[in-house]
Ligand binder design. Structure first.
Ligand code: 5AD
Ligand code: SF4
Length: 507
């Protein structure tokens, strides 16, 4: 439903093929169906975020790279943007140890899956991938990383004995040691400790997106929403020091990135652990000051920690993009309470009012779960009316999926899948109408577009607006990739905006 709006945060189809994704043309994800996974694409940038290549690079390359097909790895990523970016860091780490990344599992000595367990379908997908190696896994090193690794732990070895590495995201700092163990022939290597106060920073990050650089500023989550595995799989909240974040942004700018996206499960719960004690909005403003940076994005915001200071920062600084992803999950206070979301419908609407009161229009997108245990028709009607009231620019809808280690597991899953499917379809239909009208209202507007794609069709380009909408447009210019241009909207649909290049943006 949401094609024109690139949320840039969550790229999974809903459970049962009914989710909607805001994927744009640059993304390889699937929408309206299974889980979205990304494999290595050979065009990424290598960033030396720490400045120096570790001294053991050559030695590692030699020790593992010398074996016949050894030293090669294939990495497939499932799930959210945090996972995508973790994979970029894991790939950087492997490259710095002399491994070479290949595009197919067949060509690889080591196969790694960075996994997602947010909904059951996503987790199942990993086991079906692993099943492919039942017969022929012996000559490969197979590793499971990320949320399924953390959730299933040692049990993965029982279900798939050909796996030799199981490592959750909170243990990625220890990957070099784990790799050394694998290289030494150890067949049962684990990193499952998630009670950590450490973040994962790498000296080299292999970035897949040449236009938008992601950087994690806060890992884990302390919010304990009743349905969510993340606090269990990613551990407690821990923020990176502001100076380390700013150093990475400066390095990204030097590498030529003009757009950065700050990541966190609850990005606005950021607490600077250093003596500077910067607030999240201070950090946004400082990131925007870095020479060469023209756009700053951030996802995902938690309504509880969303304050007026963030809107004031956006008012003050045009480089802070006009888009906020603010998951509501349900429009019913009763359901929100059962979900332990820590806000009522009214309190959420107060946060929205802050955003709507900004000096420039800010797009708002959201996540909704339908069929949470106990959600009645009346509760669901409140979610539908929330869509009318909020007038979102994009909605990611999901059917409730009971997950291990979550408080709501004990509530069972009383709402039939059929009812969840009907509710999700109603959300999508309502949002389709809202979005069509909102896109129509954009006709004639002139928008600044960061051009990131050249179409196969002559003179056709596409890129993102500050509000994160994808727009296709025509231009007579010969080369526009990576530039900022002004585009006038000439046509619109539910999931698309079309325009024409009018003039270069100063800058
Ligand atoms: N079932 C369905 N959707 C879920 N989400 C998180 N946990 C579940 C679950 N158990 C959704 C929430 C969250 C988004 C990333 O995924 O809407 O915001
Ligand atoms: Fe999960 Fe809630 Fe944390 Fe988001 S805020 S990651 S939904 S527990």
């Amino acid at each position: 439903m949401n094609k024109a709006f690139d949320i840039g945060v969550e790229s999974l189809g809903g459970n049962g093929g009914t989710g909607n994704s805001g994927l744009d043309a640059n993304s390889s994800g699937l929408s309206g169906g299974g889980i979205h996974s990304r494999k290595f694409n050979a065009t990424g940038k290598l960033d030396f975020t720490g400045g120096v290549v570790p001294a053991d690079v050559a030695a590692a390359a030699k020790s593992f790279g010398d074996t016949e097909s050894g030293g090669t790895f294939f990495l497939e990523t499932f799930g959210c943007q945090m996972n995508d970016h973790d994979s970029e860091k894991v790939a950087g780490l492997l490259l710095s140890r002399g491994y070479r990344q290949v595009e197919t599992p067949e060509a690889a000595r080591m196969i790694l899956y960075n996994t997602c367990s947010i909904r059951e379908k996503a987790a199942q997908k990993v086991f079906s991938r692993l099943g492919e190696y039942r017969e022929r896994g012996a000559d490969k090193i197979i590793g499971v990383l990320g949320c399924v690794a953390q959730q299933e732990g040692q049990d993965i070895f029982r279900r798939a004995p050909w796996v030799s590495l199981v490592c959750g995201s909170a243990s990625y700092r220890k990957l070099p040691e784990m790799l050394a163990e694998l290289e030494a022939g150890n067949k049962r290597v684990t990193g499952l400790d998630n009670d950590t106060d450490e973040t994962f920073e790498t000296e080299i990050t292999r970035r897949d997106n040449p236009w938008r650089a992601y950087l994690t500023i806060i890992e884990g989550c302390d919010k304990a929403c009743a349905y969510c595995v993340v606090p269990h799989t990613r551990g407690p909240e821990r923020s990176r020091g502001s100076e380390s974040v700013l150093r990475e942004v400066r390095q990204l700018a030097e590498l030529g990135y003009s757009e950065v996206q700050l990541l966190g499960q609850t990005v606005n719960s950021y607490v600077d652990p250093t003596a500077r004690h910067m607030t999240f909005s201070d950090l946004l403003l400082e990131v925007a000051q870095v020479a060469g940076i023209r756009r700053v994005r951030f996802t995902t915001s938690h309504p509880r920690d969303f304050g007026a200071d963030i809107v004031e920062a956006i008012d003050r600084e045009p480089k802070l993009c006009d888009h906020i992803h603010l998951p509501v999950q349900s429009g019913s206070t009763k359901v929100l309470r059962a979900m332990a979301r820590t806000y009522t419908r009214e309190e959420y609407l107060e946060k929205m009012a802050l955003i709507r009161g900004a000096k420039r229009p800010i797009s708002i997108t959201t996540d909704i779960i339908v069929g949470f245990p106990g959600e009645t028709d009346e509760d669901f009607a409140e979610t539908l009316s929330m869509l009318d009231e909020a007038q979102y620019d994009g909605v990611f809808g999901f059917k409730y999926s009971p997950r291990p280690n979550t408080p709501s597991l004990a509530l069972n899953d009383p709402i039939p899948d059929e009812v969840k499917g009907q509710r999700l379809a109603m959300i999508q239909e309502k949002q389709r109408v809202i979005q069509t009208a909102r896109n129509l209202a954009m006709l004639g507007q002139e928008l600044d577009v960061f051009v990131s794609n050249k179409s196969r069709r002559e003179n056709q380009w596409s890129g993102h607006t500050s509000s994160n909408r994808v727009i296709s447009f025509s231009s007579q210019e010969r080369e526009l990739l990576g530039s900022y241009v002004r585009v006038k909207v000439t046509d619109s649909g539910t999931g698309s905006l079309t325009g024409v290049h009018v003039l270069e943006v100063e800058g």
